[in-house]
Design a protein around this ligand. Sequence first.
Ligand SMILES: [Zn+2]
Length: 316
Amino acid sequence: MTAATPAGAPPGPPGRLEEVADGTYAYIQPEGGWCVSNAGILLEPGRGGRPVLVDTAATRARARALRAALRGLTPDRPRLIVNTHFHGDHTFGNAELAGPGTVVVAHERTRTEMAAAGLGLTGLWPGVDWGDIQLVLPEMTYRQQLTVHQGDRVIELIHPGSAHTTNDTLVWLPRERVLFAGDVVLPGCTPFVLMGSVAGSLDTLRLLRGLDPLTVVGGHGPVSGPEALVGTEAYFHWLQETAAKGRAAGLTPLQLAREAGPGEFGGLLDPERLVANLHRAYSELDGEPLGQELDVIGIFGEMVTYNGGVLPRSHA
Ligand SMILES: [Zn+2]
C-alpha cells in the first residue's frame, strides 16, 4: 500500500459491474493478479427476489466494495453465496456479504480445505491490508452437481474433479449460456494448478467447451468469450510438453522454468506461477494421483526465487 491509499480502501483499481446477461452481473476487479478476484451477482429474473452471489473477494475493504456494488442493484442480501473453491481471495468476504438467512454453498472439500487453511493466505502477503476477517465455512455442501432454481433461472453447480484445486465449482447458467468458471479459467493471467491438476484442467476445459458458453467470467481477469477456454487449453498442452522435455533432461522445475521461460505466454500476469505449474506437471509425469498434495510453502518460495527473490506483487 502507498501512503496515498485511504485507510481501508483497496490499493488497486476498484471493482466494476458488467451486465453479461439480463440481471446477470460480473463484478470485475482489475488487473486480476494475485488475490484480486472477480465475483458474480445473479438477480432473480423479473421478481426482484434475493440475489445469488458467486464468491466474495479477499480483503475486508474489497468485500465491502462488493457489498456496495450489490446494494446498488438490490437492497436485499444474498439468498445464496456460492464459493467456487477454498482460496481465501474467493471466500474471506463471506462474513461481510452474508445477511440473515444467507446460505453459503460449496463443494464438500471446499469446506474441509477452508477449515484446514484458515487465514493462512494472509501470511503469504503480509503487506496487504486484509482487515478483520471472520472465516465463514459453507453450511451446505454437495459432491458432484447441484441445481439451484432462482425463480425461472436455472443455476447449475458442477464439480469437475481436480482442476485449479481439488474442489472447484463451475457455475453454469444454461439458458443465458454464461459460465462463471472460478479460477479454472483466468483470462489474461497465468493459470495456476499448484493445488489442482494439469490433466484434470484439460479434462475440465473439454467439458466446458461442450457446454458451449457465450460468455466466460473467470475467477480473475476481464470478461471473455469461449476463446479463453481455447487459450487455457493451449497453455496446459505447452506446459505438459515443456515439463516432459525438462524432466527427461534432468532439470528441476525451477531450473526448467528459468531455462524455458513463459514462451508464447509471456504476456500473462503472474509469470512466476510457471514454477508451481511445472511441479504439478512433474507430479503427474511421476504417476502421482491428480490433486496429490505438494509442498505449497516450499514451492511458493521457489516462485519468489524465480521472481528475483522478491514476493510477487498483490494489489488486493
Ligand atoms: Zn484460486
